[in-house]
Design a protein around this ligand. Sequence first.
Ligand SMILES: *[C@@H]1O[C@H](CO)[C@@H](O)[C@H](O)[C@H]1NC(C)=O
Ligand SMILES: *[C@@H]1O[C@H](CO)[C@@H](O)[C@H](O)[C@H]1NC(C)=O
Ligand SMILES: *[C@@H]1O[C@H](CO)[C@@H](O)[C@H](O)[C@H]1NC(C)=O
Ligand SMILES: *[C@@H]1O[C@H](CO)[C@@H](O)[C@H](O)[C@H]1NC(C)=O
Ligand SMILES: *[C@@H]1O[C@H](CO)[C@@H](O)[C@H](O)[C@H]1NC(C)=O
Ligand SMILES: *[C@@H]1O[C@H](CO)[C@@H](O)[C@H](O)[C@H]1NC(C)=O
Ligand SMILES: *[C@@H]1O[C@H](CO)[C@@H](O)[C@H](O)[C@H]1NC(C)=O
Length: 407
Amino acid sequence: MMRNNVLQQQQFKDSALKMISLCSLIIVGVVETKSTIEPCNSSQACPSLLSYLLPWDSMLSEIATRFNVNVSDIMAANSAFPITASCGNEIVRAGSTVKIPATCECVDGIRRSVSAVYKVKASDTLESISEGYGGLVSADQIGSFNKAVPLVDGDVVVIPLPCSCMKNQNNGESAVYMSYVVQKGETLGSVAAYFGTTISDLETVNGLGQPTVLPGDILSIPIPACSSATLNWYNESLIVPNGSYALTATNCIKCTCAPQGLKMQCFPSGMDVHCYNLRCKGSNLAIGDEHLEYSNAGCNVTQCVYRGHRGGKILSSLINSSYLQCPDNKNSSAATCWQPSAPNLADPFVLSPSPSPSLFPLPVSEAALMTHAYDYDYDYERRLHLFSFICRMLHLFFPMLLLCFLI
Ligand SMILES: *[C@@H]1O[C@H](CO)[C@@H](O)[C@H](O)[C@H]1NC(C)=O
Ligand SMILES: *[C@@H]1O[C@H](CO)[C@@H](O)[C@H](O)[C@H]1NC(C)=O
Ligand SMILES: *[C@@H]1O[C@H](CO)[C@@H](O)[C@H](O)[C@H]1NC(C)=O
Ligand SMILES: *[C@@H]1O[C@H](CO)[C@@H](O)[C@H](O)[C@H]1NC(C)=O
Ligand SMILES: *[C@@H]1O[C@H](CO)[C@@H](O)[C@H](O)[C@H]1NC(C)=O
Ligand SMILES: *[C@@H]1O[C@H](CO)[C@@H](O)[C@H](O)[C@H]1NC(C)=O
Ligand SMILES: *[C@@H]1O[C@H](CO)[C@@H](O)[C@H](O)[C@H]1NC(C)=O
């Protein structure tokens, strides 16, 4: 199978873009230009990410508007939680890297994200608009995509952003591709190391002839992902990149991608939305809960798992499994807790609310609970005893002391 090329230079010339749009399939054969793009022939879209280096301080809601996505989706892509109504007012500092979720489509035979639209203001130039997108798109690209020069106040221009799908696979594993703008001083090796991949993988994915990149080049980075494909969901498929979570079922359900084993885990989002059917039928377990039962044979686990949604209805089912030993609580804690956003090459995303373990209490075995209660009572009683002991001593001593004085 031919691997597709996604490397693209920022200084894309107008004519080059037009040529590629016209005969992308021919151009793609010429790999040396470093400006090739994943060809496609279907209208099928896929989820992708943009690594956005923020050019100036912006409120989260402004960033969302710039890319035409919801604030909650940006927060989910960056694993920031909890989502509250005031999150949009949060200021993200210039120089931060923010992961932006983008729907990657097939436009004129090449992969492009075209959902971002920009409303032109009187003082705008193509350059100033391009600058707002942190190197992900050049002025020429915006100009030729929209055939809209000169710009008129109030015009709406589509911002064509680089993306790739590659069937959401990399080396046979689920992956989401993230477009990354190479910065000054970075090498293919440093980028590969940073994202936990290899130089040769990046070369293959991006169709590089040589393992060199220049500042401004845009690389496609495969991010390992959790997929619902093997989970037997009804009417829904979801792919969640490592280091992110996704909100689904009208924001009622939050699915995370646990780094260990890349397993998708879904539970109620806790967001302020009306949600029904969050419990498994015939049980008191909510989606994401599990119940452990110790038996002679080992441990029986009943889990209530999310199974997709349909027409406002959330589907779930109980899964029983037995183990020789009960699963280690420490492990499940690492898997379901809030994960800080994946590190970025530039300054980290400044929105980093503290983990909120209380929101989704982990299943705690009854034995653990009892031990805990016992420890607490024991300590309390001991302190009580000590206190009353001191009181009694004082009671005894005081009269004696008084007696001494009198004598
Ligand atoms: C569409 O693209 C795939 C590879 O991306 C190729 O195998 C297939 O033959 C193409 N179909 C058409 C109709 O061009
Ligand atoms: C943003 O959220 C609203 C409702 O919460 C939803 O209708 C809309 O489709 C979302 N937009 C995107 C781009 O996800
Ligand atoms: C998905 O939903 C449609 C309409 O609601 C239904 O006809 C179809 O059978 C569903 N598919 C699955 C796999 O549940
Ligand atoms: C645990 O599961 C096994 C087989 O799945 C079953 O035979 C046993 O009765 C179960 N024990 C309890 C306590 O549910
Ligand atoms: C799972 O186990 C529970 C009790 O532990 C039982 O009530 C339920 O019927 C079992 N479900 C299935 C599908 O085996
Ligand atoms: C817990 O995780 C460790 C390594 O992270 C693994 O070796 C161990 O088998 C896990 N235990 C269970 C019960 O899954
Ligand atoms: C997932 O991301 C974490 C950091 O967020 C990283 O430590 C881990 O190695 C990643 N897992 C995979 C399979 O890439």
